[in-house]
Design a binder for this molecule. Structure first.
Ligand code: ACO
Ligand code: ZN
Length: 300
């Protein structure tokens, strides 16, 4: 039985058709058993229902009246729109999205209840409708302060800055909630690269702007060694400004070797020359989230 189980985990669906793209899949995804013998699946790009045959999809497209993801459009800037989909109100859509996403996510188990999640689906819109580019999911209530569970940019859209846009968006939601957040672990290699890139750029920009003069807030209820006090406060201040969890700020600054020990104190180095050098290496900034175009209130 075990062997059989292992065997069934081998990648099943090799390609999918989605909108105008044919996409090669990366990993196994637990589609219902009746799809086990399929090498290719045909997705409706709007409701994400999937079918075994092209003719079924064509028939479906004639009667499917969705032209965008279900749920609320919470952001629109130019041709980019973001839709918020409640997994409880749109269960089938949420499940379809999870099946689709698992084809590109290795380490995630997606057997959880879609009821507990919100899905933020990013679309490029034209006169034919809103075409999904990627998405991230977010627990409605996270005890571990996760602000993102899974993130995906569909392969035809990767390496164009959409991933960083999705990450930035997740932090903008956290800012509106007045919380700090962090992505659910483990991160994939590509996930880690994208987050590292985002954290690095955001932090370098702030350090440059403030020339390292991050104001010091007094923290009275925690005992920490005096030599770390200044750094600790700086991290909290940066965390407040960015909604990035202090641990993630610390690891990012450490990997950039920006934490230094001077005159008996651990401090963040903000030498403009050093910052500029790192900024150059950090590459493109990606697509910006225009916060003035975000119309959203936190889930209650
Ligand atoms: N090779 C090297 N570096 C890469 C690659 C790659 N193939 N892809 C992304 N990166 C790095 C680069 O540093 C890039 O920045 P740059 O282009 O300025 O150099 C940065 O990541 C982000 O690039 P974006 O274009 O903003 O991101 P993209 O739209 O490609 O999406 C994502 C990134 C979501 C991780 C995508 O690769 C993906 O969907 N992967 C499959 C699913 C996955 O692994 N998701 C993360 C799992 S972890 C989690 O869900 C909590
Ligand atoms: Zn449909």
């Amino acid at each position: 039985l075990r062997e059989h189980e292992e065997f069934t985990k081998v990648k099943n669906i090799a390609t999918i058709e989605l909108g105008r793209y044919e996409i090669e899949t990366w990993y196994f995804s637990p589609f219902p058993p009746e799809y086990n013998d399929c090498l290719k699946l045909y997705f409706c790009e709007f409701c994400l229902n999937f079918m075994k045959r092209k003719e079924q999809l064509q028939r479906h497209m004639r009667k499917c009246d969705l032209k965008h993801p279900p749920g609320d459009e919470i952001y629109r800037s130019g041709t980019l729109s973001m839709f918020e989909v409640d997994g409880k109100k749109n269960k089938v859509y949420g499940q379809n999205l999870c099946y689709l996403a698992k084809l590109f996510l290795d380490h995630k188990t997606l057997y959880y209840d879609v009821d507990l999640f919100l899905f933020y689906v990013l679309c490029e819109c034209d006169d034919r409708g809103c075409h999904m580019v990627g998405y991230f999911s977010k627990e409605k209530h996270s005890e571990e302060s996760y602000n993102l569970a899974c993130i995906l940019t569909l392969p035809p859209y990767q390496r164009k800055g959409y991933g960083k846009f999705l990450i930035a968006f997740s932090y903008e939601l956290s800012k509106k909630e007045g919380k700090v957040g962090t992505p659910e672990r483990p991160l994939s290699d590509l996930g880690l690269l994208s987050y590292r890139g985002y954290w690095t750029r955001v932090l370098l920009d702030i350090l440059k702007k403030h020339k390292g003069n991050i104001s010091i807030k007094f923290v009275s209820d925690i005992t920490i060694p005096l030599a770390a006090m200044h750094l600790f406060n700086q991290l909290l201040e940066l965390s407040d400004m960015t909604a990035i969890k202090a641990e993630d700020i610390l690891t990012t600054l450490q990997s950039l070797e920006l934490i230094q020990y001077r005159k008996g104190q651990h401090v963040i180095c903000a030498d403009p020359k050093v910052l500029d050098r790192h900024l150059k290496a950090a590459g493109r900034g990606g697509l910006e989230v225009d916060v003035s175009k975000l119309i959203w209130t936190p889930y209650k």
